[in-house]
Design a protein around this ligand. Sequence first.
Ligand SMILES: Cc1cc2nc3c(=O)[nH]c(=O)nc-3n(C[C@H](O)[C@H](O)[C@H](O)COP(=O)(O)O)c2cc1C
Length: 194
Amino acid sequence: MSTATENNIATHTLIENRWSPRAFSSESVSNEQMEALFEAARWAPSAMNEQPWRFIYATKEEKEAFDRLGSCLVEGNSWAKNAAALFISIAKTKYDFNGNLNKHAWHDVGLATGNLLLQATDLGLHIHLMGGFDAGKAQQMLGIPEGYEAVSMGAVGYVGDPESLPEVLKERELAPRKRKPLHELAFKGKWKQK
Ligand SMILES: Cc1cc2nc3c(=O)[nH]c(=O)nc-3n(C[C@H](O)[C@H](O)[C@H](O)COP(=O)(O)O)c2cc1C
């Protein structure tokens, strides 16, 4: 399974245990679980406490709404339609208080989504985020108004059997997770060239 990391420095188990599966089991997620995810998102920090995040979601049981979300995914992300729930994150692009462009809107939607991912991990759920969707179609099909932009989609559920995946996806599912080394990412005091 893809959970293995090459951690030399210990981090919180919620961070260590989070990863993005493509194989999901047929087990459902409840509305209470979904609400807990968005509650975690709600408490994220944001510029001017604007809280520019919005979410639209559906569990598999809400077939029409689930299929509507699923229809926005690109072909390559079709595996996500086997997840127990789908959601889309949306950014409000202008500040409520003065109507100016909120340059941090997508950043803050990302922060809220990060909270959501860790809450999911705590509930034993996994989420796979996806940028591979048709934003224009989502805007239209989901009734997202002007001034709001679709940011990413997420597939939510319990981890399934990698054997259920087509060969190419199975390989990716079982491949070791990789990250750039820390020294290429975090510099003490000043930017450092390699
Ligand atoms: C904004 C965003 C967009 C992504 N888009 C896709 C996507 O369209 N399809 C996909 O299979 N994975 C997608 N991913 C998942 C990443 O590939 C994955 O998070 C990355 O490889 C690290 O793996 P891990 O989440 O298991 O640590 C996306 C992740 C993010 C955060």
